[in-house]
Design a protein around this ligand. Sequence first.
Ligand SMILES: CC(C)(COP(=O)(O)OP(=O)(O)OC[C@H]1O[C@@H](n2cnc3c(N)ncnc32)[C@H](O)[C@@H]1OP(=O)(O)O)[C@@H](O)C(=O)NCCC(=O)NCCS
Length: 167
Amino acid sequence: MLARDPQARTPPADGPDGVSHFGDNREMVPTIAFSESVDGVDWRALKAALAADDFDNGRTPDEYETSHRNSFGAVFAIDGDRYVGNARILSDGVCNAYVVDVWTATAYRRRGIGSELVRRMLARVPGQHVYLFTDDMAEFYRRLGFSVQPDGMGMVVGSWLSRDPRP
Ligand SMILES: CC(C)(COP(=O)(O)OP(=O)(O)OC[C@H]1O[C@@H](n2cnc3c(N)ncnc32)[C@H](O)[C@@H]1OP(=O)(O)O)[C@@H](O)C(=O)NCCC(=O)NCCS
């Protein structure tokens, strides 16, 4: 399997199109392409993939696009014409960054894709302090070098996505 091969965890070199390939040259391995460009993304397809995997938090396709374009970095894992992974990093460009929206499609998990997504986002922010919140994936992030820092706090300003909170 893809990530059981130690070589498969090595970040691949980007191709000339800004899309890099993870796991090609290996038999029996699906070819996953990683793209860090927000141009040419099919935002409807991304939302549909997230919704199908129960990881859509209510944004419209246009809002997904705005979220990604306003991020410091974004990455997509693509299998053929399907989005199978995604992550973003927010940053002030100097010292503070946040990793958000880390997702690997259920059928593709435990193959190193999520780790590759996060590593690519961390590579965008050398020297910066990177924060994140997780409900139940602490082990995944611990393996990537994160440690628990107590007393993280958060709130939603007004209602989520400024939607009418009434059903
Ligand atoms: C969290 C998530 C992105 C991990 O993606 P992934 O592609 O499966 O991650 P990786 O294959 O790179 O996992 C690397 C290591 O992290 C740890 N890990 C991953 N998923 C784990 C889980 N569900 N429980 C415990 N450890 C886990 C394992 O140590 C794993 O190594 P191993 O497979 O050799 O045991 C994926 O499970 C996911 O999208 N979950 C739903 C969305 C979510 O919770 N995102 C995080 C929001 S903070």
